[in-house]
Design a protein around this ligand. Structure first.
Ligand SMILES: Cc1cc2nc3c(=O)[nH]c(=O)nc-3n(C[C@H](O)[C@H](O)[C@H](O)COP(=O)(O)O)c2cc1C
Length: 365
């Protein structure tokens, strides 16, 4: 199977097997509106349609779930016009684009939202307990907010949405027994912990249409004692598949885990030690599921991507940090001008995306 050959998510045709995975940009106004710098970023990613599917950075579906300064908003109809320009820029040469929908849960901060954080359960996190559990009516309102956001995404021209249920943020907290200590229908066994996601899937189908693809980024493990384990994550993913998910992206870890077991791990740029660090997990999910799996995490060469696709370990290959440094990387890979990235996986881009300066690679090309 060739990486440059078309793939499918739901009934949506994707030009090749490469996915630009969600990358929080921190490039919007304080109201979450798109800026010229954001448009420029998507214009460069969309060039020549070299990236089959571009997934945006996490967009907040409710102000209570805003995580970072400069984060993109999708919580208001007034934002649709600006988002439509982002879509146009990304799709200029035939790439597809999905909006990533998110809520920070108890990882949000008062400095950003002006309020206490809301999540599945109250708990002390990084020494702070400035949070509380969502009430049942608030959970129902949050489900509606995700569906409203998906409807806005469709109006703006996005080809689908991805729910951010990974990395220890809001939906991921519901899935994880480490964060979710609820005793009602949203806590306890896997079915209950997955309920918020399956209900969002159903609601999106009724608000944005059954033909609008929804994928989900999940944690294969939280890498936390008492957190989600691989078998539970697979059970959750199968419930999502039954509820109509069109694909999953397999990641792992969260802000509380060590860098070596988190979502953005080091990869040695010379020896490539540490590359493709979720390959076993992606293979496990793809083996047990019919919907396409995207493998993300440390893919650094064209040969690695080709091997992943030809082995059938995943249907799509996700790349993030290298495309921050080299948005035209896949043009050069496709033309065989290069087959590797010059990204050193140092995570300076991550720190920058969170400070208000916006995401970029600080190292000279
Ligand atoms: C600057 C930066 C921002 C990120 N923002 C998001 C995000 O908004 N949503 C998400 O699901 N993952 C996000 N990620 C994680 C990536 O999508 C990806 O899972 C991770 O970086 C591993 O892939 P890589 O080795 O190709 O970078 C971000 C990563 C970086 C470095």
């Amino acid at each position: 199977m060739n990486v440059w050959k078309e793939g499918k998510i739901g009934s949506l045709q994707i030009g090749n097997r490469f996915v630009h995975t969600a990358t929080g940009e921190g490039l919007c106004t304080e109201k979450g509106e798109a800026t010229p710098r954001l448009l420029e970023r998507y214009r460069s990613l969309g060039r020549l349609g070299a990236i089959g599917l571009i997934i945006t950075g996490h967009m907040y579906v409710e102000k209570s779930g805003r995580m970072r300064p400069g984060q993109t908003g999708i919580d208001d109809d007034a934002l649709v016009r600006g988002l439509a320009q982002v879509v146009q820029a990304a799709k200029q040469d035939g790439s597809r684009i999905f909006a990533q929908l998110a809520h920070g849960g108890i990882m949000t901060m008062r400095t950003v939202t002006g309020k206490e954080a809301l999540g599945p359960s109250k708990m002390t996190i990084n020494g702070s307990d400035d949070n509380r559990a969502l009430s049942l009516p608030e959970i129902h309102a949050l489900i509606q907010s995700f569906a409203d956001a998906a409807r806005r995404a469709r109006e703006a021209g996005f080809d689908g949405v991805q729910l951010h249920a990974a990395h220890g943020y809001g939906l991921s907290q519901f899935l994880s027994p480490y964060f979710n200590r609820r005793e009602d229908e949203y806590g306890g066994p896997v079915e209950n912990r997955t309920r918020i996601v399956t209900q969002i899937l159903h609601k999106i189908k009724s608000e944005a249409g059954c033909d609008f693809p929804v994928t989900i980024k999940i944690n294969s493990t939280d890498a936390l004692a008492g957190g989600i384990r691989l078998e539970d994550a697979l059970q959750s993913a199968r419930l999502m598949e039954e509820a109509g998910a069109a694909g999953i992206e397999v990641s792992g870890g969260c802000a509380l885990t060590q860098a070596e077991s988190g979502p953005m791990r080091p990869v040695n740029p010379k020896t490539l030690k540490g590359a493709c660090y979720f390959r076993d997990e992606a293979r496990f999910f793809q083996k047990h599921m019919r919907i396409p799996v995207t493998l993300v995490g440390g893919v650094r060469t064209l040969e690695q991507a080709e091997d992943i696709i030809s082995s059938g370990d995943a249907a799509f290959v996700g790349i993030c940090r290298p495309l921050i440094r080299e948005p035209d990387l896949l043009i050069r890979w496709r033309q065989r001008i290069a087959s590797q990235t010059t990204c050193i996986s140092c995570n300076r881009c991550l720190a920058l995306s969170r400070t208000g300066t916006g995401v970029f690679c600080p190292h000279k090309l």
